[in-house]
Design a protein around this ligand. Structure first.
Ligand SMILES: [Zn+2]
Length: 144
């Protein structure tokens, strides 16, 4: 069963994205123990990371799937639509660039920054108490 929640955008904005990045919540669904928030950037455009020129010419869009901290006992996933803009500067060697959500997640990361921090904290806490030879699974996955 897929439950489509009423998109109470201000509620979800403040719960998920408050003080992080300017993001619009479009749809929230809950199914199979996972809450999924579909969202997109709110800014009209972005500055080219190479030349700094602002662009609002959208080249294409793609989706990023970001695992976030669990919400109550539900898994929590953000499906973020990312726009790729065209740099209009003739002097710039970069043709397109993706808008960044630098505070929400590092580029190419599949986890939100706050989930990464939480995992690190849990890993540190467990590492102090565990016996020798024991590693949390994410630590061994990262190192190996
Ligand atoms: Zn540029």
């Amino acid at each position: 069963m897929v439950l489509i929640m009423q998109t109470d955008a201000p509620f979800w904005d403040s719960l998920v994205f408050d003080g992080i990045d300017d993001v619009d919540v479009e749809v929230v669904t809950a199914a199979f123990g996972t809450v999924e928030v579909v969202a997109k950037g709110r800014a009209a455009g972005a500055a080219c990371p190479d030349c700094g020129r602002f662009s609002d010419r959208v080249h294409d869009r793609y989706q990023r799937r970001l695992k976030d901290l669990p919400l109550a006992d539900q898994g929590f996933v953000i499906r973020l639509t990312v726009r790729r803009f065209i740099c209009g500067s003739a002097d710039c060697s970069r043709r397109t660039f993706a808008e960044s959500f630098s505070r929400l997640a590092a580029p190419y990361s599949r986890f939100t920054t706050r989930l990464n921090h939480a995992l690190e904290q849990v890993g540190l806490a467990l590492a102090g108490r565990a016996g020798p030879g024991w590693l949390p699974i994410w630590a061994s996955a990262r190192d190996g």
